[in-house]
Design a binder for this molecule. Structure first.
Ligand SMILES: NC(=O)c1ccc[n+]([C@@H]2O[C@H](COP(=O)([O-])OP(=O)(O)OC[C@H]3O[C@@H](n4cnc5c(N)ncnc54)[C@H](O)[C@@H]3O)[C@@H](O)[C@H]2O)c1
Length: 311
């Protein structure tokens, strides 16, 4: 049984605080480090917010956990059993961070990256620590989505992978193991869906709002309970075979991003952060929208967890 007692999270932007709150709750002494003092200050509020969500989820609280904010990398990692790198998505930056981690963290520490898609093999290339460098890809928001992709690079040790999986399961999250593939598995599936969604809306087949309703209440709701391969079994492989044999030929194979997206990006319509993207937003409504979505995710997760025994 793996027993990590101390963790360090390197980079406290969007992802760091939620991951920190989960690890603290799991009983770990958890250090949060950032080179930017303003980011570290924001992280205090981020950890409090995430801890409040974990309370509402009735997430189990293992005694002994604590949170420490640090602007010294050595202080943050020197006792760590597990370090999670969550700095900006840039290969050179991550390579430099891992160089420092190999030098400063204990020799036995597992060094994980939360990268969304940079190959672990590239991050670990030329590093003495390559066998203990591994992908640990949390889904956003990390305190709400209880699934983490564990990604082995070419040189990652199988023992490190097995231990990390075991650790993730120990705090009630699902762990999935993957061989390295561009984008990792979760984002590949998401982007396959998004490509088809954007194309159908752009062709005027369906409105924006009806598309979101169709996916949320049709595919989305169902997929939270029945996995896609389970769905094939449920529908029948003969049905999938006959529908797939003509429909696959008609699905989008676009290898560039649709002008529906690129035109908006050129206009500065980037989504909620600019109060307009596909939809328009009112600044006052954005906070309420975030809170309403969090409340729904909490309710859905509790309902699904309550039914785990029935699987
Ligand atoms: N945001 C998401 O939805 C999401 C989801 C899954 C994975 N990820 C991945 O997680 C990582 C972090 O993403 P994010 O959205 O939290 O990024 P972010 O840009 O919000 O935050 C990155 C933080 O890293 C800090 N930083 C930069 N250089 C540093 C250094 N040398 N040492 C310590 N801190 C440093 C920055 O000051 C900033 O606070 C990325 O690899 C990203 O691809 C993001």
């Amino acid at each position: 049984m793996v027993a990590y007692e101390t963790a360090a999270i390197i980079g406290t932007g969007t992802m760091g605080p939620g991951m920190g709150a989960v690890l603290e709750r799991a009983g770990l002494k958890t250090f949060l480090f950032d080179i930017d003092s303003a980011a570290l200050d924001r992280a205090r509020a981020g950890v409090d917010l995430a801890s409040g969500v974990l309370d509402r989820l009735d997430a189990p609280q293992v005694p002994g956990g604590s949170i420490h904010f640090s602007m010294g990398l050595e202080e943050a990692v020197r006792e760590a059993d597990l370090v999670i790198e969550a700095v900006s998505e840039n290969l050179d930056l991550k390579k430099k961070v891992f160089e420092d981690l190999v030098a400063l963290a204990p020799e036995a520490a597992v060094l994980a990256s939360n990268t969304s898609g940079i190959p672990i093999t590239k991050i670990a290339e030329g590093s003495d620590g390559a066998p203990r460098i591994i992908g640990m890809h949390w889904s956003n928001p990390p305190h709400l989505i209880p699934m983490i992709e564990v990604v082995q690079g070419d040189q990652t040790s199988a023992t490190v992978k097995d231990e990390l999986r075991e650790f993730i399961q120990s705090f009630g999250y699902e762990a999935v193991s993957e061989r390295e593939v561009p984008g990792f598995v979760e984002n590949r599936i998401l982007y396959a869906i998004l490509r088809e969604v954007v194309e159908l809306v752009e062709r005027g087949i369906i409105s924006h709002a009806d598309m979101d309703t169709c996916v949320k209440w049709g595919i989305g709701f169902k997929l939270a309970v029945i996995g896609p391969l389970e769905l094939i079994d449920m529908a029948g492989l003969d049905i999938y075979n006959s529908v797939g044999s003509y429909l696959n030929q008609d699905l989008s194979t676009a290898s560039t991003v649709s002008s529906m997206i690129t035109d908006r990006v050129a206009e500065g319509r980037l989504g909620m952060k600019t109060l307009g993207g596909i939809y328009d937003y009112d600044a006052d409504d954005i906070k309420a929208l975030g809170a309403a979505r969090a409340a729904k995710l909490i309710a859905v997760r509790k309902a699904l967890e309550g039914n785990k025994g029935g699987e």
